[in-house]
Design a protein around this ligand. Sequence first.
Ligand SMILES: Nc1ncnc2c1ncn2[C@@H]1O[C@H](COP(=O)(O)OP(=O)(O)OP(=O)(O)O)[C@@H](O)[C@H]1O
Ligand SMILES: NC(=O)c1ccc[n+]([C@@H]2O[C@H](COP(=O)(O)O)[C@@H](O)[C@H]2O)c1
Length: 313
Amino acid sequence: MKKKVILLMCGSFNPVTNMHLRMMEIARDQLQHYGFIVKAGFFSPVHDKYPKDTLTSITHRVAMLKLALETSDWLQVSTWESEQTSWIPTYNVLNHHQERINDLMNSKNMKVSSQNNVNNINHNPNQCDIIVKLICGGDFLSSFSIPNLWDPSHINQILEKHGLVVVTRSGYNISDIIEDNDILYKHMANIMVVNEFIENTISSTKIRKACLRHRSIKYLVHDKVEKYIQAHNLYSSKKYKYENNIKDSIRITANLFNEFKPNSSIINKKSVDNFKNNSKNKLSSKKKKVKEIGRVSRRLQNLKRGHNKSPQP
Ligand SMILES: Nc1ncnc2c1ncn2[C@@H]1O[C@H](COP(=O)(O)OP(=O)(O)OP(=O)(O)O)[C@@H](O)[C@H]1O
Ligand SMILES: NC(=O)c1ccc[n+]([C@@H]2O[C@H](COP(=O)(O)O)[C@@H](O)[C@H]2O)c1
């Protein structure tokens, strides 16, 4: 029997770009090619309390997602995550969606079985035949290796119970990221890599920058999203000028990690000295951003602690 899946993408969507939409499309193509049935795709915008200075209010981010998805017959926004009282870890978001699907499937099965007058339903409520998989880009995958950003047990469960669909992103070597992380390596079979063969480096950061500089964003975001941004004068405030967001920090940290990886063929004194000098320069110029990741990690830890104290959503 073909396996059925639902794709769930978690992120800021600040704003949603054409690349977010394309990621879903190319992931569905590949999953179907491998014999899966993709039932639906959900975008779950992160809570306003996620510690990112540049986050635009959820009302705008959801409105833009809805406009961008108006013409899709299989993609939708899920606002559950953003409607909670505070930020919640991605694993809990995934879990919530899986539980809702399980409930739905169970009630459907109940109906069918009672219609058929079958007494023994023989259905395990914990075993659903639709799996919610997390879809993300290469940078998101590399964030699993940032100390204190993720609870290792969450990474384990995401991979064990759900599985990941990772879309390649320029600057991120997926096989290296997996090779360097014990948990990812252990669950490699549950990570499907989708190669974006038409290289696309659109990011929300670049869109915000373009808006700040009054440059066109046409064909990078949906037309209606472009109009919405203009109508609400989003991303034009000075705070975006100096934006130093978590994603940049992740990118930088990840790049630094990649460079620290020993490569036997280049290890000699000269290359080590060159490397040290380069790293020093990079470290000083990017010092602020790397510091930011520590700050964000600590805030996330605090949020997580707070979250663990409160009842499960
Ligand atoms: N060009 C891209 N290629 C591959 N993955 C992408 C791309 N743009 C976004 N993603 C992925 O989309 C998901 C949601 O991303 P997010 O909303 O953080 O967008 P972003 O463009 O990376 O944002 P920002 O630039 O604000 O950090 C993440 O898993 C991210 O890795
Ligand atoms: N421990 C965690 O569950 C954890 C840590 C960091 C980011 N995230 C998620 O990753 C996404 C990151 O979005 P950005 O790439 O826009 O920062 C958000 O949905 C956020 O909730 C989850």
